[in-house]
Structure formats: C-alpha cells, structure tokens
Ligand binder design. Structure first.
Ligand SMILES: Nc1ncnc2c1ncn2[C@@H]1O[C@H](COP(=O)(O)OP(=O)(O)OP(=O)(O)O)[C@@H](O)[C@H]1O
Ligand SMILES: [Mg+2]
Length: 410
C-alpha cells in the first residue's frame, strides 16, 4: 500500500445543507487520484447553503471526517471546502497590459489577471475565484495558452466570483475548530461541474444545475470556459416542506415519502398506486395516492427549473447553450430529467461523477457531485500551483487571497 502522508492526500469537504461529506483521495505516482475514504453525516447547521449554527456544523464535520479517516486508514490534516449561498456574486471582467519582453511570460499573465480584478468590490465581499476565459494578443482573440506567444499587448477576459467575507470566515472557523487546515474554498457548482461535465459539453455550451437541499447552484460553460454562475435559494428542502404542509405529515416522514415514492411528473404516476403518510400528533397514518404526492412535488420542481431557465436567459447565454445537466441529491427524483426537458426544450441528462477508480460504486451518485469535484479541483489546483512555482516561485496568490477569510476566524 502506498504511504498515506499529508503530502499525497487530497480531501474534499462538501458542507451541504442536507449533509456534510468528506472524500479522501490519494495521489498516485502517475498523477491520477484514487478515492480511499468517504464519510458523511446529516447536516443541521446550515440554512440555504450558509452556516447558521457553528456548533452543530462543527459536530457534523467532525463525524464525517472521522468516518472518512476510519475508512481511509489515515489522518486528515487539511481540506478543500465548498462554498454556496445567495451571497455569491459573479461577473465577467477584462484586463489589459503591455507584454514586457515581446513574448508572453508568467509575469505578464499574473499582471493581466491582476488588472482584470482591479475594480470596486463591496467591502463585505471577497474574491473567491478569478477564472480566465480567453486571452487576446494584439487583437487575436480566443487564445487559450498564451505563454511564449509573441506580441506587445495582452488582454484577458475573466469570470470573477465573489462571496461574503463573513460566510467564508464561518466555513474556515468551523473547519479550524475541527483541528483542520483549509487548503482552499471553492464555489460548489464549479466543483460539481468539474466532476460531472465532459469537455465536449463545456465546449458546445452547457448549463449545469446542482439541486441540493438548500440551494440550486448554476454554472454555464461555452467554448471550454465558464461564462456565468448563479445561486437560487430554493431546492429539495422546499419540496419536502410542501409535502409536509399539504399532506399534514412530519418533515422527516415527508422527506422519506419524497425519496421513496416521489415523482417529478404527475402524468407518470398511476392514480391507483397507494402510499401511507404518517400523521401529526399521534393520529393514525393516512392512506393516499402516489398521484397526490406527485401533485405536490411537480409544481415546486417546475418552479426551480423555471427560475434556473430565467437565470440562463438573464445571463445572455441561452442561445449558445446546447444542453442541460442536472445533478445534486434532488436530481435523483424520478422523472426530474423529463420535467427539466419540458421546461428547457433542450436535451437534459443526469450528471453523475465521472470517476472509475476504487470506491466508484459508493460515489456514483449525484449526491457526490460536489464532494468528488472538490477533490478533482484541489488536485488540479495543486498541479497548476506546482508548475507555477517552478516557473515563477510565486506562491503567494492563494495565501494572500485567503488572508481576509482567516481574519477574525479564531
Ligand atoms: N432519491 C431521492 N429522491 C428525491 N430527492 C432526494 C433523493 N435523495 C436525496 N434527495 C434530496 O436531495 C437533497 C439533498 O441533496 P444534496 O445532498 O445534493 O444537498 P446538499 O449538498 O446537502 O445541500 P446544498 O448543496 O443545497 O447545500 C435533499 O433535499 C433530499 O431530500
Ligand atoms: Mg450541495
């Protein structure tokens, strides 16, 4: 067995509204990674993707980490954590610099990315990601790999994602209280996209929708790069609430009914299929039709897809998007894909993590999209950071970006 040291482990920590999930992966000598441990625990401390109760979140993280450590037979020191919530903002920006030695070097790239970030960001917001979309050298656009290209003027188009400093700090605080370090904080839909989308989809234009418990996270890609991100604060929890209210059943029972018998299309359920819903206040359980359950679920799921479609329209990329990929726990709902096709009028598929190594049978579910994506994102980031260090010895980027998250988080 390969040695499990701090240096060759990557841990993704998805602190979701429904569950906290820790995934431990080991980096192989050939540069690939293998999942060696998975731990999850129900999450009670988040509201709509944002930490609302530190103690409860800390305890869920601890449990998930312990379980993952036990399965992997290793000790976890640091994690790549996800971030989501309505506080996330994103926009496209543009930077221009003069190329220093008539050939693009790493220094020019750093400067042009920095120039693209030079804009007023509200004091309570912090840049989470600056994602290069394309470079333009002396007017020649769509350059993906500008290093070593000749020219005098370098432009960069980037997608910038910001989040509330306090939300990021609360995530860091919870993780630190578990005795762990934070390698980086990654927007959850970027992680999910990394896990479930193919390069072809990203090239041709795709809208990825991760429907979790508290938030529905959207990421739009075209020509291989990210174009738009958004968060809608409605997801599976609302579906469960609707069931609890309409069918007068406890929330836990509503959740079970949804998972076991739920369907996103009323037309696909026979009226004669009977189910039993526990009542509130010790009254006897009631028998009802599965059709009644679908009648509650369909309008809420439709609302989520209509809101996602409105976001796609608002982004201005509706015309160039060719397909939709839905993932996250709520995408497991029977016929969710068909309902989404009715709303979007384009091909829709279920997004499962693209991973074939060990424990693939465990993580092959839309619930694991963000967790497996955090591992992939972390692994990719480490590789880029390493090659960047070799080229420029400049490692301060991530650290300086993270400084303000750590401020006041002890
Ligand atoms: N088989 C299923 N059928 C229908 N819904 C399901 C099923 N399994 C899970 N869900 C729903 O998926 C949601 C949880 O999904 P997920 O684990 O992706 O959320 P999360 O990451 O914890 O939350 P968020 O990303 O919103 O913070 C819950 O609302 C749950 O009811
Ligand atoms: Mg999630």
């Amino acid at each position: 067995m390969a040695k499990k040291t701090e240096g060759n482990l990557i841990v993704g920590l998805d602190i979701g509204t429904s569950k906290v999930l820790a995934i431990v992966a080991e980096i192989n000598d050939d540069g690939t990674h293998e999942i060696i441990g998975v731990g999850h625990h129900p999450s009670k401390g988040l509201r709509r993707g944002v930490v609302a109760d530190i103690e409860s979140t800390v305890s869920s993280i601890q449990r998930a980490i312990e379980e993952a450590e036990l399965m992997a037979g290793c000790q976890i020191f640091s994690v790549y954590a996800g971030i989501a919530g309505a506080h996330i903002n994103s926009f496209n920006s543009h930077g221009v610099v003069a190329i220093r030695d008539s050939e693009v070097g790493q220094d020019d790239l750093d400067r042009v990315i920095e120039a693209a970030q030079a804009m007023a960001i509200p004091n309570d917001q912090q840049i989470l990601h600056v994602l290069p979309q394309e470079y333009i050298i002396d007017g020649q656009d769509e350059v993906k790999e500008p290093l070593a290209m000749s020219g005098v003027r370098l432009e960069a188009k980037v997608h910038i994602i910001t989040g509330a400093v306090s939300s990021a700090q609360n995530i860091v605080k919870c993780i630190k209280r578990c005795g762990l370090q934070v390698d980086d904080i990654i927007l959850e839909q970027l992680a999910s996209s990394e896990s479930v989308l193919s390069d072809d989809e990203r090239e041709l234009g795709v809208c990825m929708i991760d429907i979790g418990g508290g938030t529905t996270d959207i990421a739009i890609f075209h020509a291989g790069t990210i174009k738009h991100t958004a968060v809608i604060p409605i997801a599976g929890d609302q579906v469960t609430n609707d069931i609890a209210i309409v069918l007068q059943t406890p929330t836990q029972a509503a959740e079970e009914l949804k998972k076991q018998y739920g369907c996103a299309l009323v037309s696909q359920v026979g009226v004669n299929e009977r189910i039993e819903a526990p009542s509130i206040g010790g009254k006897p359980a009631r028998k009802l039709s599965r059709h009644n359950l679908a009648e509650v679920i369909e309008p809420r799921m439709e609302e989520i897809f209509v809101l996602a479609q409105a976001e796609l329209r608002r982004s201005g990329f509706e015309e160039i998007v060719n397909s939709v990929v839905i993932t996250g726990g709520s995408a497991k709902l029977e016929h969710a894909v068909d309902l989404a096709e009715e709303v979007f009028h384009m091909p829709v598929r279920l997004g499962l993590p693209k991973y074939e190594g060990s424990l693939s049978e465990v993580v092959l579910s839309p619930v694991f999209a963000t967790g497996t994506g955090l591992v992939k994102f972390g692994h990719k980031g480490q590789r880029t950071e390493k090659s960047k260090q070799l080229k420029t010895s400049k490692f301060s980027d991530v650290l300086s970006r993270m400084k303000s998250w750590f401020k006041g988080s002890f």
